[in-house]
Design a protein around this ligand. Sequence first.
Ligand SMILES: C[S@@+](CC[C@H](N)C(=O)[O-])C[C@H]1O[C@@H](n2cnc3c(N)ncnc32)[C@H](O)[C@@H]1O
Length: 241
Amino acid sequence: MTLSASARKPWAALVDAASEPYRKADRFAWRFARGKLSLDPVFRHLLSQGLIAPHARVLDIGCGQGLLASLLSACSAFAQQGQWPSQWAAAPTAARVTGIELMPRNVARAKASLGSAADVVCGDMRHTPFPEADTVVMLDVLHYINQAEQNDVLARVRRALPTGGSLLLRVGDAAARPRFLASRWVDTLVSWVRGHRAPQLGRSLAEWSSQLESLGFEVCSQPMSQGTPFANVLLVARARA
Ligand SMILES: C[S@@+](CC[C@H](N)C(=O)[O-])C[C@H]1O[C@@H](n2cnc3c(N)ncnc32)[C@H](O)[C@@H]1O
């Protein structure tokens, strides 16, 4: 999605506001927040399209330093001050975020920056219980575990959601080569630097969709790597009755 010029300004202001809490944690965390929120198309897409509802209980699995939680709290402030762009869907005001994150350093950054604005738990998604949620967000995290583990996590996500609840899942589309290979190469490098397991072999978009459908989701998808060399897709999966 390309943002109109009038929507770019509020987005830049939201990026500033959502990055600000990280200044007190450390300069790296602040710069990282600014860079990621500015360059990654997924965050403004989630907001402008209303994929997170007001008052939603959000579970962000593999939440990193808690960027989504920080962004959602900036959204509430913007809406209260009448600064929410009128052409976007309703602001996700008063959303409550629980994050699960493996790396203690990321959790420490999230806690130091966000305080009580989010509950961030240090844990492995394969073993950490999932609280009930209206929206589960998983951005670029499932590829760190193997396929059987992915299926198990997705089944547990489905059980954490009510009918009509949603999973917002970004993954690579293994059928979209050579862009998928570019993402894998970067993931392998990042995993090595961060001390994670090497990324697992991927699935095609059709395989991801069919797995989610077999677990009781209705799925639609769209490319979500505009401006990058990657083959990422956002799957919006609604829990069926
Ligand atoms: C590529 S980052 C994405 C962070 C965040 N979702 C975002 O979009 O800003 C992937 C995150 O998943 C975390 N992660 C990897 N394996 C995990 C696991 N087994 N359980 C929980 N988090 C995990 C990593 O530590 C990292 O912070």
